[in-house]
Design a protein around this ligand. Sequence first.
Ligand SMILES: [Zn+2]
Ligand SMILES: [Zn+2]
Length: 117
Amino acid sequence: MSAAAGNERVRFCMQCGEVVAFDVRTCGACGHYEPHPDEPGVEPERPCPHCAHGNPVSLLFCPQCGREVDGGGGLPAGVPWDEAAERDAGAPAYLMIALALAAPLALAAAIAAGWLT
Ligand SMILES: [Zn+2]
Ligand SMILES: [Zn+2]
């Protein structure tokens, strides 16, 4: 019967599950560092892109302004989707018209030059 119990607090390593003394922040088995739960500001912060409020990086929505913090979108800001699609489709359409107009002229020029006679 040991009297070691009492106020000896332990916790379990989040990484490997090893029993670690509560006051020890770095696991002796795997070296995983765990910030104290009561420690303020342990999580790295980044400013909200909308209101510049500092939020923990794990947050997806800013508690200050309620907007999405992690953009994650595929389109560059300020370009509506249909406008971007139109811009992509525009070039080939112009190219087809230019070819359609140029082809008879090129043919006529070829005939005039005597290549096809
Ligand atoms: Zn560990
Ligand atoms: Zn915000």
